[in-house]
Design a protein around this ligand. Structure first.
Ligand code: NAI
Ligand code: MG
Length: 362
């Protein structure tokens, strides 16, 4: 049966980069014979402008009916000052993650050898880097209740959030991490702050419990402050890192920068049935929107993740990744990854190059 993808271009560079990813989908369908179809939907600022909501009801219905979702990015300065926070583009993204229960966020940090000079770290520390950060995405302090800003009796204001995880939430993200590790280098490092926070003491206990079902995978624990340090000191010690929402937010951005190129990093957000939403790690880059200079490779690599995790098409996913690598070998670079001696190309031309490289692998 044909698989259905919902494409949500969003704002800023979102439409430009998803257009290139859709061309890759076309090759998957027309050249590799994958039974695929897709339709577009509105989210973020685009959703707000059209319907008054950053996550229109119709989009949610389309998402629920789809087998997987491909998202560009949302947000832009024109919506930053909306007085009603619930209408901001980013709320559309949080909303769809929550509504679809996309609790498992996979963020690979891979350094392409062709881009080694882009990393802020020395080559000997970072070359060959290939780690996977697994971030819990629908719980923790970003969603915990109660939350707010209240006024104390003395008139002073107090802000508060609640850091909360239940055993079942920890267990299911733990399983995602261990399953991935099994297919990789069989190492999971769970990151917490169990020396201070009770919620992460429980996190640590539950990870130990999950580990019993995976005797072939080695589990280690690390405090988040140390993990932040180790990521820049010796990042290759890690294989799969699993952590909560807030720590994962921070560490995954840190890990992304080790590869030197925000324009190269895809991500997946999965529910329990591996129905997922796939998107580049970067935002809507309003500073370069509409100029045909954005790097579409993170979005194209998100298509590879989509095929691998939601459609079980690992081989074709690998071909897309190979095509991206081939294009880098040809010396083609968008502005964000440009270095001396390389050929600068725009968004469209980069998409064309990947399409051609992928067809050559048929
Ligand atoms: P950003 O990731 O959009 O941009 C940061 C810098 O990286 C900019 O200089 C931008 O030009 C560059 N950049 C990003 N993606 C690129 C690409 N594909 N090719 C070349 N250069 C690229 O982050 P920023 O500036 O903090 O946020 C801009 C907007 O995006 C805000 O409204 C923010 O809320 C939103 N945002 C949305 C996200 C999402 O939709 N998942 C994630 C992060 C931010
Ligand atoms: Mg972030």
């Amino acid at each position: 049966m044909s698989k259905k993808i919902l494409v949500l271009p969003g704002d800023g560079i979102g439409p430009e980069i998803t257009a290139q990813a859709v061309r890759v989908l076309e090759v998957c369908r027309d050249t590799f014979g994958l039974a695929l179809s897709w339709e577009e939907g509105l989210i973020g600022g685009a959703g707000y402008e059209a319907t008054g909501e950053p996550l229109p009801e119709q989009t949610l219905a389309q998402a629920q009916a789809a087998d997987a979702i491909l998202l560009g990015a949302v947000g832009g300065p024109q919506w930053d000052k909306l007085p009603d926070i619930s209408k901001r583009p980013e709320r559309g993204l949080l909303g769809i993650r929550k509504q679809l229960n996309l609790f498992g966020n996979l963020r690979p940090a891979i350094l392409y050898p062709q881009l080694a000079e882009a990393s802020s770290l020395k080559p000997e520390i970072v070359s060959g880097l290939d780690i996977m950060i697994v971030r819990e995405l629908t719980g923790g302090i970003y969603f915990g209740q109660p939350r707010g800003i209240r006024e104390l009796e003395n008139g002073e204001k107090q802000g508060f959030n609640t850091y909360v995880y239940s055993e079942s939430e920890i267990r299911r993200i733990g399983r995602v991490a261990f399953e991935l590790a099994r297919k990789r280098n069989k190492k999971v490092c769970s990151v917490d702050k169990a020396n201070v926070l009770e919620v992460t003491m429980l996190w640590r206990d539950v990870m130990e419990e999950v580990a019993k079902d995976y005797p072939d995978v080695e589990l280690s624990h690390m405090y988040v402050d140390n993990a932040a340090m180790q990521l820049v000191r010796a990042p290759k010690q890690f294989d799969v890192v699993v952590t909560g929402n807030m720590f994962g937010d921070i560490l995954s951005d840190e890990a992304a920068m080790l590869t030197g190129s925000i324009g190269m990093l895809p991500s997946a957000s999965l529910d329990e049935q591996a129905k997922g939403m796939y998107e580049p790690c970067h935002g809507s880059a309003p500073d370069i929107a509409g100029q045909n200079i954005a790097n579409p490779l993170a979005t194209i690599l998100s298509v590879a993740m989509l095929l691998r995790y939601s459609f079980n098409e690992g081989e074709l996913a690998q071909k897309i990744e190979q095509a991206v690598s081939d294009v880098l070998d040809q010396g083609l670079r968008t502005a964000d990854i440009l270095s001396a001696g390389m050929t600068q190309v725009g968004t469209d031309a980069m998409g064309t190059a990947v399409v051609n490289a992928l067809k050559a692998l048929a």
